[in-house]
Design a protein around this ligand. Structure first.
Ligand code: HEM
Length: 375
């Protein structure tokens, strides 16, 4: 029996901090990563839509150019904010995540090549976006498709990491590592759930672009606000269908967790859905009254509750998938009190610094001090 167990032995080194600290950091940093990714992917999709709807001119062309200039910053923000959860995932779920990465080695390795190509594309577009005609739209499309595919590979790896029973079949089908997890019924609904959320949060990103232009050019800012706000509302409405399909695609035992078997999971689902509905109403009122404050502050504030609930639910789901093989009590813990408080203080300071940086750069609606011409 032991010989057929494909799960590598647990790292014998004790955790340097309590389990819950790593869990909390994993969830918090994952949320930061996914929001940056949503700005990147959702912002890119919406900028392309605006450009093509406007046939290269007017409001759509200008919005495309504004968003294109931010892409070379959003991509490294997504990567940097992905490294943190990568570290925590390796500490807690290394046995599972490393193995699934090996089973799908080549597609996983391709993530690096795709990231590099997308990066080049975004730089190209950011330099050329102001020019009429040209290849900027096409190059942006290719880069956005690459980012989309990278997200899909992440969903492949993470779903594979939580179903060890599939590893051996996949590995022996192609020991060279050309494997994906396409036989997983929840894969496509799960990834579509992420993609739809990316478009919705991309809409919020455009609302921040509107906020940054509110005083400078009210007419343009109004158009961006309406476009971004509506994209947020429609994508969030679509999410009720996509989310339901995702829930139905889960194995019955896991689905039932959210239907009442786990009071915590069911409550989070209820609060998350309520937050989504409330955010739609807040945004709708904000668009009717052209209230930029409500659109850029209250709607994202309410949405943050939904995102937090969904991130915790995703984690509960992973632990439920892995429950036959994994439990929190399996770790030895030897807390390093001498460095832990320093680490946590630096972590919080780092997050605050990052937010200030984003705001100064104009990604969170602040003014673009760096680009403002000097008198
Ligand atoms: C720019 C392209 C990227 C996109 C579109 C993207 C997208 C995603 C998506 C959709 C997920 C969730 C998958 C799921 O649960 O089914 C995810 C998770 C994750 N991503 Fe990214 N990602 C990108 C880049 C990166 C990079 C470069 C890193 C690391 C350096 C990273 C680290 C992570 C980690 C560690 C998780 C899992 C966290 C957890 O399981 O709690 N991502 N990403």
């Amino acid at each position: 029996m032991m010989q057929s167990n494909p799960i590598p032995a647990l790292d014998p080194n004790p955790l340097p901090a309590p389990y819950w600290v790593f869990k909390l950091l994993l969830i918090v940093t994952f949320v930061l990563h996914i929001v940056a990714m949503n700005f990147l992917l959702g912002g890119g999709v919406l900028a392309l839509t605006a450009k093509w709807r406007a046939k290269n001119g007017g409001f759509g062309g200008r919005l495309f150019s504004d968003v294109a200039k931010k892409m070379p910053v959003l991509l490294p923000a997504t990567i940097t904010l992905g490294i943190a959860p990568l570290l925590f995932v390796q500490v807690l779920y290394g046995q599972f995540f490393y193995t699934s990465s090996i089973v799908m080695a080549w597609p996983w390795f391709l993530v690096l090549a795709m990231l590099t190509a997308a990066y080049y594309g975004f730089y190209y577009v950011s330099f050329r976006s102001g020019q009429h005609g040209g290849k900027a739209g096409g190059v942006m499309l290719v880069s956005v498709i690459l980012v989309f595919l990278i997200g899909f590979l992440f969903s492949n790896n993470l779903t594979l990491s939580q179903t060890p029973a599939r590893w051996a079949t996949k590995y022996f089908a192609d020991p060279g590592g050309w494997n994906l997890n396409l036989t997983e019924p929840a894969l496509i609904p799960r990834f579509l759930h992420f993609f739809t959320a990316a478009v919705a949060v991309g809409g919020i990103f455009l609302v921040f672009v509107a906020l940054a232009n509110w005083k400078r050019d009210r007419e343009y800012a109004r158009q961006v606000l309406q476009f971004g706000g509506k994209a947020f509302m429609y994508a969030t409405m679509a999410q009720f269908v996509v989310g339901l399909v995702f829930l139905v695609s889960l194995p019955r035992g896991l689905r039932m967790l959210f239907m009442g078997d786990s009071p915590l999971a069911a409550t989070l689902l209820l609060v998350g859905i309520t937050g989504g509905i409330a955010a739609i109403f807040v945004m709708s009122g904000a668009l009717r009254n052209e209230n930029i404050r409500a659109a850029a502050l209250y709607a994202p504030g309410v949405l943050a509750v939904t995102i937090a609930c969904m991130a915790v639910m995703r984690d509960l789901l992973r632990d439920a998938y892995l429950s036959p093989y994994f439990h929190a009590g399996q770790f030895a813990v030897a807390t390093q009190w001498s460095v832990l408080p320093l680490f946590l203080a630096l972590f919080v300071a780092g997050v605050i610094l990052w937010l200030v940086m984003m705001r100064r750069y104009g990604l969170l609606g602040g003014k673009k001090e760096i680009e403002r011409p000097q008198p």
